[in-house]
Design a protein around this ligand. Structure first.
Ligand code: PMP
Length: 354
């Protein structure tokens, strides 16, 4: 740290993204990316947009906002496009948390929530998950503060029903609830359909997972118009050109190719179910997943050792050192071939340690 670094950041612990190693080819099952390329129309429109890179992008991201709204069945005034859903989440921390309104989120959830709270100097309350890793909505109803819930949750993969989300949102109209739906396309029912009904609900989603565009950095938030206006205020005060022209074009292309999107989600769900069954046959406990990843532990090998042995053999998964979950690994669901290799490799590791 340099002597010039502001005091307000000196205790900051930055988010640690999953490894993106370059030194060797891995089967990458560690950052919940899609194993499939973006749709052809996303690539085609993005390349056309590349010719206009000498101009600033459209700060209103008009075409993409309209198409996103149409796809979701809401009005364009209910949508803000962002640089990954991370940016939408950060905007929500900036807009709706302060020293009197702490951020409230589960103790096991997306690691960035804590970092967003810290960088924005807002207090936060971490609510323990239940022993089976599920969320008890009553724990949040009791709290005063802005609630952030990943649904399905990460890294557990567990989905909380829409009626439980609605019970939380409706319990206090003076509390903002942010539902982070990064993984919703792999199994859950979206809270977007509640946006019309509640002034205090924000739903965020991403193009990173189900639309194969993690590298493009594209996400969005959906909420009542007044909330979107707040978030627009933050956007225009930090980064008016938050979505670059190529990404906006790719987003339009991806939304137009509904068939490709649906087909890929279906494949991931099938591959997930196959992998879950195979892991169970090998004795693993598998947390029920509604996402493109599987959270699982083996009775025969501890989480960290399995992670390291898989890495040695060219497969990357994500391991977290946190006490409550250190026996587990989070395994991104890849292509069927990747999952076959993964299961074969786990089998050989279990044989080795016998
Ligand atoms: N929420 C959750 C729960 C995530 O796992 C991720 C991906 N790391 C994000 C949000 C952010 O995704 P992105 O910024 O790529 O849209």
């Amino acid at each position: 740290m340099s002597k010039f670094f502001s005091n307000k950041y000196k205790n900051l612990t930055p988010y640690v993204p999953g490894e993106q190693p370059k030194e060797r080819e891995y089967i990458k099952l560690n950052t919940n990316e899609s194993p499939f390329p973006p749709s052809d129309s996303a690539i085609r429109i993005a390349s056309e947009c590349a010719k206009k890179l000498y101009l600033y992008p459209d700060p209103d991201v008009k075409e993409l906002t309209e198409l996103t709204a149409k796809t979701l069945g809401v009005k364009k005034e209910n949508v803000i496009m962002t640089n990954g859903s991370d940016e939408a989440l950060n905007f929500a921390f900036m807009a709706y948390c302060d020293k009197d309104t702490p951020a409230v989120f589960p103790d096991i959830s997306y690691g960035f929530y804590k970092v967003f709270a810290e960088i924005n100097s807002v207090p936060y309350v971490e609510i323990p998950l239940k022993d089976d890793f599920s969320i008890d909505v009553d724990d949040y109803i009791k709290e005063n503060g802005t609630v952030f819930i990943a649904n399905p949750n990460a890294p557990t993969g567990i989905y909380l029903s829409l009626c439980e989300i609605e019970r939380l949102v409706s319990s206090n109209p003076n509390r903002i609830v942010v539902v982070d739906e990064a993984y919703i396309d792999f199994g859950g029912e979206s809270a977007v359909k509640l946006v019309d009904k509640y002034d205090n609900l924000i739903v965020t989603q991403t193009f990173s997972k189900s639309r194969s565009m993690a590298g493009a950095r594209l996400g969005f938030a959906v909420a009542k118009e007044q909330i979107i206006n707040d978030l627009m205020g933050i956007k225009y005060s930090t980064n008016p050109y938050n979505v670059n022209s190529m990404t906006a074009g790719a987003g339009v292309g991806a939304l137009k190719d509904k068939e490709y999107f649906e087909q890929n989600c279906k494949k991931i769900i099938q591959n997930r179910e196959w992998t879950e069954t195979e892991l169970k046959k090998l004795g693993f406990s598998v947390v029920p997943s509604s996402t493109n990843f599987i959270f699982a532990k083996s009775p025969d090998i501890d989480g960290k050792t399995l992670y390291l042995k898989l890495k040695e053999k060219g497969i990357l998964v994500r391991h977290f050192d946190k006490e409550k979950i250190k026996e587990y690994n989070r395994i991104t669901v890849g292509s069927f071939e990747q999952m076959q290799t993964f299961i074969q490799t786990v089998k050989s590791i279990l044989e080795e340690i016998k």
